[in-house]
Design a protein around this ligand. Sequence first.
Ligand code: ADP
Ligand code: MG
Length: 349
Amino acid sequence: ATPSPRRPIRDLPDELISQIAAGEVVERPASAVRELVDNALDAGARQITVRLAAGGVRLIAVEDDGCGIPRDELPVALRRHATSKITNLHDLESVATMGFRGEALAAIASVSEMALLSRTAQQASAFALDARSGELRPAARGTGTTVEVKELFFSTPARRKFLKSDTTELAHCVEAVRRHALARPDVGFAIWHEGRLVEQWRASAAPDVDADAALRQRLGDVLGDDFLRNSVPVQLRLGAVTVTGRAGLPDAARSRADQQFCYVNGRFVRDKVLTHAARTAYEDLLHGQKQPVYALYVQIDPQRVDVNVHPTKIEVRFRDSREVHQAVRHAVENALAAPRAQALAAASA
Ligand code: ADP
Ligand code: MG
């Protein structure tokens, strides 16, 4: 008889569990950048600086001026499923922060050399924690946190082999920060690559006084003045859903869908309901394969959307997707009403 191939069931070692989880959360340097910037925003940062080397593979350092992590909690921050953002199921159902799974730092640390440097406003000095050795020592910096990630995927060469050129990885990292920047005109962002300033988007001076102006300014800074010139404002409230942002004029459409930014409660998402609704609004204005450009911000009661669908939280599930589809479609259609009338007039002239 052939021997049974079965082996005994065993608990996986902690480190391996984190490395497996890392496969879901961290696909490439840009995924780590996204998670670290999420954390900085959750910490209330007003200025976030991202420093990269070799497209983020050699180094990703994200520096913020947020609330910091108390000395005693630095080791806890690195543990799997350890979070300061939710404590029970009720919190999960109305989560307002970017993070809540307590996975990112543990996952990234398991496939890199990570160091945390942080200081709260109450502390007289900062502390630095080396993730691998666990060494904790006093250090110097102002209030806030720097997370340093070196040699991403050094322990998982299979994953490292899937990485593209430094230039391509850098472009993905910049795109990750751009997505955040479009959602938060009240926060300043800077991206450095090997000592060179790649992008810088300054915080709006008075985001609370005039949120529309702040967003307009940020959209221009990030997507260019062409985007502003060739787009119209979107503003609609339908039931429980509010849609704002800007929709590109038909002439601004591109061959690729690379300028379609959708946000749900400030979170960048990829969502078929939203893209389909927007696309439908352009139905009679765009022909062939042309892709509209837009930045759309959906605000909805957090209870009506489930953000805990995917480890990276880039997908969401709406409780009533018809309601959201209608709101987005009507919002964009309304915004395009004047340009549509002009196009029809021109066509019949
Ligand atoms: P999550 O964001 O889901 O809570 P993370 O693994 O990303 O999980 O982070 C774990 C915890 O570490 C956070 O809940 C937060 O308390 C703390 N933390 C991480 N990054 C920062 C930061 N930049 N500033 C302040 N606290 C942070
Ligand atoms: Mg997080």
